[in-house]
Design a protein around this ligand. Structure first.
Ligand code: SR1
Ligand code: MG
Length: 404
């Protein structure tokens, strides 16, 4: 049996031996374990391990040296440690909102965690136009607790700086800096994916708009320099599991200290991708719910943020009259800006979303992509004027008017 004392990329047949060696006691010693690789993301390998006799299960997630999306792309396997550590921290900050980590292994670059197979991947559920009335409540609680509580306005400054250091994540951040905050505006690496029927539109609206590029550049350097809060870093609907009464956020391997609007904006943009899909399918009830959900998510974030701020902030300068609202306004501005960059990068960049790309009718797909581009520009260019959930919904409506 392998000793698992030297890194190698596991296959299904390696994983039963691995969990029995590394997590002795989780399953019976002589248990018959079935292992299936169920990874669906762009980076890692995810194995579901089930004990046949009892149905007891666990997930083992291993970072490969090369990425699944592209064998040419190599990213530090330290991302698995970062993911494990942030999930353990977030379980304390926002109990019950993330999977339980059973352990992690810096040799095999693998962690073991709670199996959430009773939940569904949110992106796929939304693509079936399922409605989740609890989602805005849950995700706003998760965001306020994980974000506000890791800022300097709440956390003791030296403790926060030590955390900033342990969550330095340069290679994963570089992916975002390139894929999200540069390439949508210049295709500098020649790897954007643009459908022929929107190529002229993309050229005019994204590649040739100097004012947009200037604002995107500001957002890029804010992302790189504003170590405001410990972000999930990739908070799209493929990083969220849902049930009608439960929401679990996973896959935070892009975690680092950055502007909290990046996480919130990712949630908003990915709800818009679900809306795109619903519009193409004529799913009216679903579409109305998605817009309500965007409005509620932002409004609940604002309300819970204000409450938590008043309850948790201890730093004297953060208590200065007017500072809470100025800080919140900057977060909402960032949220709008990064809603825009996420809309753009998933529409023209190398890592797109199934919600939009599975729209079968080419004209409806082109409409969805144009909507994302125009709404994204509105969010970025006018980001200081986004102050409420309704403001976030109105930008979608304005883009729809422009396409009439
Ligand atoms: C090269 S990785 C592409 C994308 O997949 C991840 O989920 C992140 O969103 C990243 O930008
Ligand atoms: Mg991911």
């Amino acid at each position: 049996m392998a000793a698992y004392d030297k890194y190698f990329l596991m296959k299904e047949e390696d994983v039963a031996g691995y969990v029995q060696a590394r997590y002795a006691g989780h399953f019976a010693p002589d248990a018959k374990l079935t292992v299936k690789e169920i990874g669906d993301g762009n980076l890692n390998y995810v194995f579901k391990v089930v004990e046949e006799a009892t149905g007891k299960s666990m997930i083992v997630k291993q970072a490969g040296e090369a990425l699944r999306i592209s064998a040419e792309m190599h990213v530090s396997t330290d991302r698995n440690r970062i993911e494990s550590e942030i999930l353990q921290l977030q379980d304390k900050l926002a109990p019950g909102t993330v999977p339980k980590i059973y352990g992690y292994d810096t040799v095999m670059c693998a962690c073991a965690m709670e199996d959430l197979s009773d939940h569904e991947l949110m992106r796929y559920a939304l693509m079936k136009h399922e409605i989740f009335p609890q989602f805005a409540e849950d995700i706003s609680t998760y965001m306020v607790n994980t974000l506000l509580k890791t800022t300097d306005v709440v956390m003791e400054h030296k403790e926060k700086k030590a955390l900033v250091k342990s969550f330095i994540n340069p290679e994963l951040c570089e992916i975002t800096e390139d894929l999200v905050l540069m390439e949508p505006y210049n295709d500098l690496k020649g790897r954007n994916l643009v459908d022929d029927n929107i190529a002229d539109f993309v050229k005019k609206e994204l590649y040739e708009d100097g004012a947009l590029k200037l604002e995107a550049a500001k957002l890029k350097f804010d992302f790189m320099n504003n170590a405001q809060a410990l972000l999930h870093g990739d908070l799209h609907t493929g990083s969220i599991f849902v049930k009608k009464d439960s929401t679990k956020v996973f896959d935070p391997e892009f975690a680092f200290f950055g502007p909290m609007g990046y996480d919130i904006g990712n949630v908003v943009a990915n709800l818009i991708f679900a809306y795109d899909n619903g519009v193409a399918a004529g799913a009216e009830e679903f579409n109305a719910w998605v817009l309500d959900c965007i409005r509620e998510t932002v409004d609940l974030f604002i309300a819970k943020f204000r409450k938590a701020y008043d309850e948790c902030v201890t730093e004297p300068m953060a208590k200065v009259e007017g500072f809470r609202e100025a800080y919140l306004k900057s977060i909402l501005s960032d949220t709008a800006g990064y809603t825009g960059t996420e809309l753009h990068r998933r529409t023209v960049g190398m890592a797109q979303v199934k919600d939009v790309n599975t729209i079968a009718d080419p004209e409806k797909k082109a409409y969805a992509k144009k909507l994302n581009i125009l709404a994204g520009k509105d969010y970025i260019l006018h980001r200081d004027s986004f102050l409420s959930g309704q403001d976030f919904v109105d930008a979608v409506k304005r883009a729809e008017q422009l396409l009439k």
